[in-house]
Design a protein around this ligand. Sequence first.
Ligand SMILES: Nc1ncnc2c1ncn2[C@@H]1O[C@H](COP(=O)(O)OP(=O)(O)OP(=O)(O)O)[C@@H](O)[C@H]1O
Ligand SMILES: [Mg+2]
Length: 465
Amino acid sequence: MTIENTAELTGFAKLGIIGPLLKTTAAAGFDQPKPIQAEAIPSLLDGLDVLAIAQTGSGKTAAFSLPILTKIIGLGTKRLPKTARALILAPTRELAVQIEDTIRVLTKGLHVSTALVLGGVSRFSQVKKMAPGVDVLIATPGRLTDLVREGEVNLSDTRFLVLDEADRMLDMGFIHDVKRLAKATHKDRQTALFSATMPEEIAALAEGVMKKPVRIEVAPQGTTAAEIKQSVVLARTKQKRKILSTMLADEAMRQVMVFARTKHGADRVTRDLERDGFEAAVIHGNKSQNARQKALNGFRDGSVRILVATDIAARGIDVPGISHVINFDLPDEAESYVHRIGRTGRNGADGTAITLCDPAENAKLRQVEKIIRMKLPVAADHLGEPDPQSAPRAPGARAPMEAANDRAAPRGEKQQRPQGQKPSRNGFGKKQAAGENGGDKPMSRKPFRGKRKGFGGRKPATRAA
Ligand SMILES: Nc1ncnc2c1ncn2[C@@H]1O[C@H](COP(=O)(O)OP(=O)(O)OP(=O)(O)O)[C@@H](O)[C@H]1O
Ligand SMILES: [Mg+2]
C-alpha cells in the first residue's frame, strides 16, 4: 500500500502526520483522527504551545505523541549523551509505562528510542538507558528530578515537553518538581498540556509554563464521556459492603474497577470481597511497584475481573474491557470522579459508573455534580432500610470502616536516593517539598487553590515515584 493510499484511509496525513507514522497509526487500528487529534495535531505541528481539554478515553495520548514523533523522526539518530528530545511527564508510574507502550506501538520499526524514568524500581537500568541520549523520555517527576540533580539526565536539549494529566501535574504535589524540570529544558521548547479536567486556578498556573498557548477544548473541562451511564446509590457506609457484593454477583459486570478513597479502605474492600467469595486484585501506593504493575497487568489481560484501587489508578489508565466503575466512596477531589469513571466508556465503548454515597458524603456529591454540570440520578436508596449495626453482630463480623489516615509514608517506598548524594547541578541542588508518595498523594490532599504562598512549605514523607 502506498503512503498516499494510507493517507486517504486514515485522515491523519491531512493533519500533517508523516508517512512512516501513518503506517504505524493504521496498524494500531486508528482509522480516523479523533476530535482532539484533529484539533490539537495541526497546532502542535505548527509549533504552538497547547492547552488541550478532552474527555476521558478520547485519544489524547496519540494527540500529543503523533506530532512530536513527526517532528523527531527526521532529526536523525545523532543525540547528545544523557539528553532527551522530548519529555512526557505523567503523575503515576503505571501511566508512564502505558504511554511508553503506546509510543512504542506508534513507532514500531522506526528507530525512535524511548526511556522510562520512574520511582519504585531500580535506577540503574534507567541511567543506563539514558546514557546515550534518547528521543522520547517518559517520566514521573520525582525520580526524574533526582536523576537530573545527579547529572544522570540532561534536559538542556529537550525541545518538547508534555504534561499529561496536566491539572494533576500542576497541583501542589508536583508543581515544584515540574517547574524545575520545565526550567531545565531548552529555552525554545514547545509545551503541551492535556487533561480531561482543568480547574480555573490550575489553568492560571499553566500559563506560567507555556508561551502564548492556544486553548483547545473538545468539550468543557469536567465533561464526562457521553457513553458512561452514571448513577448514585444512597447507602450508609456500613451497608456498602453488602451492596457491593450483591452488585458483583451479577455477571453482566464483566470487568469492574472499584475505587476507594484511602489505601486502608481499598485493602478493606478487597479483604471483604474475598471473604464474600470474590477474587479481587488491589492497587494503591503502599504496594510495591511490582505488586502494583502485576495487579494492573492481570486486570489488563482479563485474568482479574475486579480491581480495587485508590485514585492512584484514576487517571489515564486505558483498559478497554472495563464495563463498570464503582465508587465505593466519593473522592476527596471532585475532579477525581471524572477520571475514575473515565476508566470505563472509553473510545466509544459503553460503560456504567455507580457511586455509593453515604449521607455524610452528600457535600462531595454536590461538588461532583457541579463540575460535571449534571445531576446524577439515584438508582437505589437503601437509607430507609434497617440499620445493620443495630442487629447483633455475627461472630467474627467486622466493625464498619473507620476513617483511615492515609498521610503515612508508604511502607517500603522510602527515599530512593542513595546515601551521600552527589553535589547539586543545574539548579537542582535544593531538595524541595514536593513528592509523589508513590503517586498516591491526592487522596489526602486538596488541589492547589489560589494562594501561592506556602507552596514549598510541606515536607513530603517520601518521594517514591
Ligand atoms: N484515532 C483513533 N482511532 C481509534 N482508536 C483510537 C484513536 N485514538 C486513540 N484510540 C484509542 O482510544 C483509547 C483511549 O485513548 P487514550 O488513552 O489516549 O485516551 P485519553 O483521552 O488519554 O483518556 P484519559 O483522559 O482517560 O487519559 C486507546 O485505547 C487508544 O488506543
Ligand atoms: Mg490519557
